[in-house]
Design a protein around this ligand. Sequence first.
Ligand code: URA
Length: 231
Amino acid sequence: MRLDRFLTRLGTHSCKEVARLLADGRVTVDGTIELSGLRRINRFSRVKLDGEVLQDNPAVYLMLHKPAGYLSATTDPQHPTVMELIDHPSRDELHLAGRLDRASTGLLLLTNDGRWSRQVTEPVEEISKVYRVTTREVIPPETAAIFAEGIYFAYEDLTTRPAVLEILGGKEALLTIHEGRYHQVKRMFHAVGNQVLSLHRESIGPLVLDDTLPSGAFRHLSAAEVAYFRP
Ligand code: URA
């Protein structure tokens, strides 16, 4: 929205008065005097008139190290949700940018910026997600080639995009996928006669779970991390 429209919509000043306020350098946007009413602002811009706050609703971007047992939802009548782990003043405004199954652990993103979360969940370009997986059976080396070919999911009538499987040991692997179908990783292993026992998301695109973040804790993303998914 244009700054002059924002100011006139407050209803306290006419268009003419708004033009004057701006010309007199009485309005700041994010801490800097703004002389032009054409300046575009959004709902996260901090706007002040004569030092008095007119709008201050900061954008919030968090990474959570999700523990097992919490639902990726904002409310649930039965199970604890990840929101219970978020002790933050903006908590009630936040939504999830992607999900993990209740038993899964690792990187989960929360924000109050819907445009940003759409870049994470509905990207124009593919975003890779890396999972550390442990399985019930030993993972045979040929599984990598099968996952690279793609697995047919009858329910959706589609074949998964080529995935990269790096077998780390008998029953442990890193799997990189480029989409997020329902229970995708579990279904891929199920399709080759194996079973996922634990699933931990390590990264989403270039954003890696902070290894100093204990399970159940969250932190703000840095400006550089936010910028990975700038709309
Ligand atoms: N795939 C799954 O099966 N579960 C998750 O939580 C994430 C990806």
